[in-house]
Design a protein around this ligand. Structure first.
Ligand code: UDX
Ligand code: UDX
Length: 459
C-alpha cells in the first residue's frame, strides 16, 4: 500500500451518470482524479476525453481535464486507490424484484477498494443506499485505519455539471468528524450550506429529498385530475400555490409523472426499507400509485380521443428519454405508455433527439425515427411525452398538415394548445381544458373527452 493518503488525489469508482460528473467536477476543481470503471467501452471513452453518456457540457470538461492529466480512467482498483486520500463509491444500486436497493455492486466495489486503499483514506459512499448501510460497510471492513462516510449526491441529469459546480448543499454523514470534514471540503465554496451529521441521517436526507420531490409531483398530478373534473387550470393552480415560499413552484409541473434512474427506485426502496422497520409509508404508496395512473390517463386520452379503439390506428410519440437533455431511458414514462398503446392495437412511431439507440432494445414493436415530421406523417394522433424544446418549436401547422387525424395529447403541458387549435387541431393536456375539440371528434368519445374525464380502460 502506497505511503500517506493524500486528499489531493481522489478515486471515483463507477463512471456512470453520478460517478463521471463527480469525477469531472473534482478534476476541474484541481484534484487528481482516477476513475475505476469495469466497463472497457466506458473506460476507453473517458480516456479519450469523451463522455459515454449524454450530459450537456460533460464532453468539453472531460477533454480538458483528461488532456491536462488531472483525470484518467483505470481498470485496476489497486491503481485507482493508490495514494488516494478519498475513495468515492458511485456504482449502481438497482432495485431488486421486491423494490429493495441491490447492494451487490457496492459490496464488490468496497471490498476491492479496502484491499488496496492507503492507510487513513476515507471511503465515501455516493451510491444511494438504505439507512444503516454505511455503518454496516464499516463493520464489514476489517481495517481500523480507514473511515467510512455517506456522501449523498443531488445531481439532476441534464444539468449535472451545474449541480456539481454550484451544489445547493453539501451533506456528509459519518462517525469520524475529521473524515467527514475532509470529504465535505471536496465540493462547494465557502458560502455553500454544509450539513455534517451521522451517516444514517445522511442516507435518509438523500432518500427523503427524492421521495419528497416525487410526492410533490404526485400531489400536483392529483390536483390536475381535480382540475379536469372542475374546469380549473392546473398551471394556474400551481403558480398560485408556488407563490407561497413554504411551497415553491419547482417540482409542481403536472404531467406524465416521474421516471429516471433515481425517483422510481429510491421511492420504492424507501417504502420497502420502512416496511422492514415495521412502518407503512402510506404517502409513498400513494405517490407511486398516482404516478403510474398518470401514464394510464395519458393512454386513455388517446384511446377515447380516437373513438374508443386503437386497432389499426397510427400514433406518433414525441420524446422517449425520461426527461429532456438526457439520453437516459431508465424508468422512462414513454416505455410504459408505448407498451400500453401497442397492447391496445395501435401502431406507434416514436422519435427523440438523442435517446433513440438507448430506447431501441426497450421498444421492439415500435418504429423509431429521427425526424419528428416523419414521425407524425399519417398519424391519427400525436402524443407528447418528453418536453424537449424541439417539439414545442415544431411548425404545428405543418404537423397537422402531415397527420391523418387531428388529435394532439400533451403529456407535459409544454405545447401551445391555442395555436394547435388554431391550426384545426384537437388539443388535450394535463389538468387544463381541452382546445379545439367539439368540431373534430365524433359521438360519445367526443363528449367523454370534452368532459375531460376519460374512463380508465387499462387495469
Ligand atoms: C448511481 C447509483 O445507482 C445511484 O443509486 C446513486 O444515486 C448514484 O450513482 P448512476 O451513476 O446513474 O447512479 O449509476 P450507473 O449509471 O449505473 O453507473 C454505475 C457505473 O459503475 C457503471 O458505469 C458501472 O459499469 C460501474 N461499476 C459498477 C463499476 O465500475 N464497478 C462495479 O463494481 C460496478
Ligand atoms: C433527481 C433529483 O432531482 C436529483 O437531486 C437526484 O440526485 C437524482 O434524482 P433526475 O432523476 O435527474 O434527478 O431528474 P429530475 O429533474 O429530478 O426529474 C425527475 C422526474 O420527475 C423526471 O421524470 C421529470 O420529468 C419529473 N418531473 C420533475 C415532473 O414530472 N414534474 C416536475 O415538476 C419536475
Amino acid at each position: 500500500m502506497a505511503g500517506e493518503a493524500d486528499d489531493g488525489v481522489v478515486c471515483v469508482i463507477g463512471a456512470g451518470y453520478v460517478g463521471l460528473v463527480t469525477a469531472a467536477g473534482l478534476a476541474e476543481r484541481g484534484r487528481e482524479v482516477r476513475v475505476v470503471e469495469v466497463d472497457p467501452e466506458r473506460r476507453a471513452a473517458v480516456s479519450a476525453g469523451r463522455a459515454p453518456i449524454h450530459e450537456p457540457g460533460l464532453d468539453q470538461v472531460l477533454s480538458a481535464v483528461v488532456g491536462a492529466g488531472r483525470l484518467r480512467a483505470v481498470e485496476s482498483m489497486g491503481e485507482g486507490v493508490a495514494g488516494a486520500g478519498i475513495v468515492i463509491v458511485a456504482v449502481g444500486t438497482p432495485p431488486t424484484a421486491d423494490g429493495e436497493a441491490d447492494l451487490t455492486q457496492v459490496h464488490a466495489a468496497v471490498d476491492a477498494a479496502v484491499e488496496h486503499a492507503t492507510p487513513r483514506a476515507v471511503v465515501a459512499i455516493k451510491s444511494t443506499v438504505p439507512p444503516g448501510t454505511t455503518r454496516s460497510l464499516a463493520r464489514r471492513c476489517r481495517r481500523e485505519d480507514l473511515a467510512f462516510v455517506m456522501f449523498p449526491e443531488f445531481l439532476r441529469e441534464g444539468s449535472a455539471l451545474e449541480d456539481i459546480r454550484n451544489p445547493s448543499r453539501v451533506v456528509v454523514g459519518g462517525d469520524d468528524p475529521a473524515a467527514v470534514g475532509r470529504v465535505a471540503a471536496l465540493l462547494g465554496d465557502p458560502d455553500t450550506p454544509r450539513l455534517l451529521c451521522d451517516s444514517v441521517s445522511a442516507e435518509l436526507i438523500k432518500y427523503g429529498s427524492n421521495a419528497f420531490l416525487a410526492t410533490k409531483i404526485s400531489f400536483i398530478n392529483e390536483m390536475a385530475q381535480l382540475c379536469e373534473l372542475t374546469g380549473a387550470d392546473v398551471e394556474t393552480v400551481a403558480d398560485g400555490m408556488g407563490l407561497d415560499p413554504r411551497i415553491g413552484r419547482s417540482f409542481l409541473s403536472a404531467g406524465l409523472g416521474w421516471g429516471g434512474s433515481c425517483f422510481p427506485k429510491d421511492v420504492r426502496a424507501l417504502e420497502t426499507s420502512a416496511g422492514y422497520h415495521g412502518q407503512s409509508f402510506w404517502l409513498l404508496k400513494a405517490a407511486i400509485e398516482v404516478n403510474s395512473q398518470q401514464r394510464r390517463r395519458f393512454t386513455a386520452k388517446l384511446l377515447h380521443g380516437l373513438g374508443g379503439s386503437l386497432e389499426g390506428r397510427r400514433i406518433a410519440i414525441l420524446g422517449l428519454a425520461f426527461k429532456p437533455f438526457t439520453d437516459d431511458m431508465r424508468q422512462a414514462p414513454a416505455v410504459d405508455v408505448i407498451h400500453q398503446l401497442e397492447d391496445l392495437g395501435a401502431e406507434v412511431v416514436a422519435t427523440d433527439p438523442v435517446a433513440l439507440e438507448p430506447a431501441r432494445p426497450l421498444l421492439p414493436r415500435t418504429t423509431l425515427v429521427g425526424d419528428p415530421y416523419a414521425a407524425v406523417t399519417d398519424a391519427d394522433a400525436v402524443g407528447l411525452v418528453t418536453e424537449w424544446p424541439d417539439y414545442r418549436d415544431l411548425d404545428w401547422g405543418r404537423v397537422l398538415g402531415l397527420m391523418r387525424g387531428r388529435l394532439v395529447v400533451d403529456g407535459r403541458n409544454c405545447l401551445d394548445g391555442a395555436s394547435i387549435a388554431g391550426h384545426g387541431g384537437a388539443y388535450l393536456s394535463v389538468g387544463r381544458r381541452p382546445r379545439g375539440l367539439p368540431r373534430v371528434l365524433p359521438g360519445a368519445a367526443g363528449e367523454a373527452v370534452a368532459a375531460g374525464v376519460p374512463p380508465l380502460p387499462l387495469g
